[in-house]
Design a protein around this ligand. Structure first.
Ligand code: PLP
Length: 457
C-alpha cells in the first residue's frame, strides 16, 4: 500500500471520487445512501479495500476478468511489451502483437472468420459490425439494406448506433429522439416459455417469428444481431442453442447478415471458446445442414479478451465481406478508425490470455468447476425464494422473490458485508466468476449467497 493511500483511507478516496469522478451507469445521488467502495488492490478472485477487508469478485469486474486480478503471467507479458513498443498507429503501420493475435483468433474462431478489425471497447465493435454490414450491401449494389434487427431485451452497447439495437428501456428512453428506431423479434429466453413448453420448442417458436419478420423485411435488412446463448444485460437470460442454428439458416435464406455479439459470452464463458460453437444440428431432417456450430458473418469480441487488463475489441469477418471492400477507390474501403486501434499492449495482454487457455487446459477444467458449483449450489437452487435457477458454462443466474423494492442495491450492500461482490440486475443474482476460482472460494460464494438470500427473502 502506498503512503498516499494510507493517508487518505477509504473515506478520503470516497469523497474525492464523488467530487471529481462522474461514475458510469449510476445515479450519483444514490452514492449518499450506498457509498462507493474504494479498492486498494486486487489478487486472484479477491479485491481488497483500504481497511483490509476483502471481496470475492463474483462478477469478474463487469465480466472482463478471466484469470484473476494482477495475474502474474499477464502482468509479466505486459511488462515486457512496455519495454518494447507501447503504441503505434495501425493505419499504415503494423506490429507483431496485432498480427499474432489476428492469426491466433482466426485459428480459434468458427471457420471462415479470417479478417480482424480492432477497436477499444464493446460498443465500438457493435458500431463497426453494423457499419461494415450496411457498407457491404452498399458496395454490393444493395444500398436499401440499411436496417438492423435485434432480439427483445438485447444489449449491444450504449453509443448511439449500438443503442439503436439495444432493447433495455432504462438505457434508451432519454435518447429516443437521437436513435434510429430498429425492430426487435421475440427473445428465445426459456424463462418466457409457456407452461409445459420445452426450452427447445420455445426457441423454435421464436425462430418462426424471426422467419416471419425476415420474410417481410429482408429487402431493407442489413443484419440481425444477437448475443449467442446468453443475453447478459437482460439479466443472464439463457436460451436453447437450436435458435442459433435456425437464425443462421434463416439469415442465409433471406440474405441478411448474422452478427454474433460475443463481447460477454466469448472467450470460454459459455463452456466453449465461443458460444456459436454450441449450435446443434437440427433434429428436423428437412433443415439438416450438418456439422456442429455456426459461423456468423461478424463475430464481436471484447470484455474478457485481454483477461480484464486493457480495453480491446475486435470484429472478425469472412473473406467474402472483406473482398467487397477491396478495390482501387478509397471510398469503397472501410474508413472507420479509433486512435488506439490494435494497441500493442492490449494485443499482448490478449496473447498472454490465450496462452493461459492453452497451457492450463482451461475449458476442460472449467467443466469440472461448473459441475462442482452446481453440486454445492443445490440448497440455493432449491431455496423457496429462488426461481429459474440456470447455468451455461461459467455463468449462473436465478431470480429471488423478495419483499424489497430496492433488492438489487440491498443485495449489493449486504453481499459486501459477506465479503462478496455481487451486482444483481433487478431481482436476478448472477455469478460470473473469474475462471481461476477454487473449490473453497466457490464454497464461500455459494454458502454466503444462501445467507444473503435468506436475509432478503
Ligand atoms: C458489455 C457489452 C457490450 C458493450 O461493451 P462495452 O465495452 O461496455 O462498450 C456489448 N455487447 C454485449 C453483449 C456486452 O455484454
Amino acid at each position: 500500500m502506498s503512503d498516499k493511500a494510507h493517508q487518505t483511507g477509504n473515506n478520503g478516496l470516497l469523497a474525492r471520487s464523488l467530487a471529481a469522478v462522474w461514475h458510469p451507469c449510476s445515479q450519483m445521488k444514490h452514492y449518499e445512501k450506498f457509498p462507493l467502495l474504494p479498492i486498494a488492490r486486487g489478487s486472484g478472485v479477491w479485491l481488497h479495500d483500504y481497511d483490509n477487508k476483502r471481496y470475492l469478485d463474483a462478477v469478474s469486474s463487469w465480466w472482463v476478468n478471466l484469470f484473476g486480478h494482477c495475474n502474474p503471467r499477464i502482468s509479466a507479458a505486459l511488462r515486457d511489451q512496455l519495454e518494447t513498443l507501447e503504441h503505434v498507429m495501425l493505419a499504415g503501420f503494423t506490429h507483431e502483437p496485432v498480427v499474432q493475435l489476428s492469426e491466433r483468433l482466426r485459428e480459434l474462431a468458427p471457420k471462415g472468420l479470417g479478417h480482424c478489425f480492432y477497436a477499444s471497447d464493446g460498443a465500438s465493435a457493435t458500431e463497426i459490425a453494423l457499419k461494415m454490414s450496411a457498407h457491404y450491401w452498399r458496395n454490393s449494389g444493395k444500398p436499401d439494406k440499411v436496417q438492423f434487427l435485434s432480439l427483445e431485451n438485447s444489449y449491444h452497447g450504449e453509443t448511439l448506433g449500438a443503442l439503436s439495437v439495444t432493447d433495455v428501456a432504462l438505457f434508451r428512453t432519454a435518447y429516443g429522439a437521437l436513435i434510429r428506431q430498429q425492430a426487435t423479434v421475440p427473445s428465445p429466453d426459456w424463462c418466457k416459455a409457456a407452461a409445459g413448453e420445452s426450452a427447445e420448442a420455445y426457441a423454435l417458436r421464436c425462430a418462426d417469428a424471426l422467419e416471419q419478420h425476415l420474410q417481410q423485411h429482408h429487402a431493407q435488412l442489413a443484419a440481425f444481431i444477437i448475443e449467442p446463448l446468453v443475453q447478459g444485460a437482460a439479466g443472464m437470460a439463457m436460451y436453447h442453442p437450436i435458435y442459433l442454428r435456425r437464425a443462421r439458416q434463416l439469415c442465409d435464406e433471406y440474405d441478411v447478415h448474422l452478427i454474433a455479439d460475443e463481447i460477454a459470452v466469448g472467450m470460454g464463458r459459455t463452456g466453449t471458446m465461443f458460444a456459436c460453437e454450441q449450435a446443434p444440428t437440427l433434429s428436423r431432417p428437412t433443415f439438416f445442414q450438418g456439422g456442429k456450430g455456426i459461423t456468423p458473418d461478424f463475430l464481436c469480441l471484447s470484455k474478457g479478451i485481454t483477461g480484464g487488463y486493457l480495453p480491446l475489441s475486435v470484429v472478425m469477418t469472412r473473406d467474402e465481406i472483406y473482398q467487397a471492400f477491396y478495390g482501387d477507390e478509397i471510398k469503397s474501403g472501410f474508413l472507420h478508425s479509433h486512435s488506439y486501434t490494435g494497441n500493442p499492449l492490449a494485443c499482448r495482454a490478449a496473447l498472454a490470455t490465450l496462452d493461459i487457455f492453452t497451457k492450463d487446459n482451461v475449458l476442460v477444467k472449467n467443466r469440472s468447476k461448473a459441475a462442482y458449483l452446481n453440486e454445492i449450489a443445490i440448497p440455493l437452487h432449491e431455496h423457496r425464494a429462488v426461481r429459474n435457477w440456470r447455468n451455461t458454462g461459467m455463468i449462473w443466474a436465478f431470480e429471488v422473490q423478495s419483499p424489497h423494492a430496492d433488492f438489487a442495491q440491498r443485495c449489493f450492500a449486504l453481499a459486501l458485508e459477506h465479503e462478496l461482490l455481487l451486482r444483481p440486475i433487478g431481482n436476478t443474482i448472477y455469478f460470473m466468476p473469474p475462471y481461476i476460482i477454487s473449490e473453497s472460494e466457490m464454497d464461500l460464494l455459494v454458502s454466503r449467497t444462501l445467507r444473503i438470500v435468506n436475509q432478503l427473502s
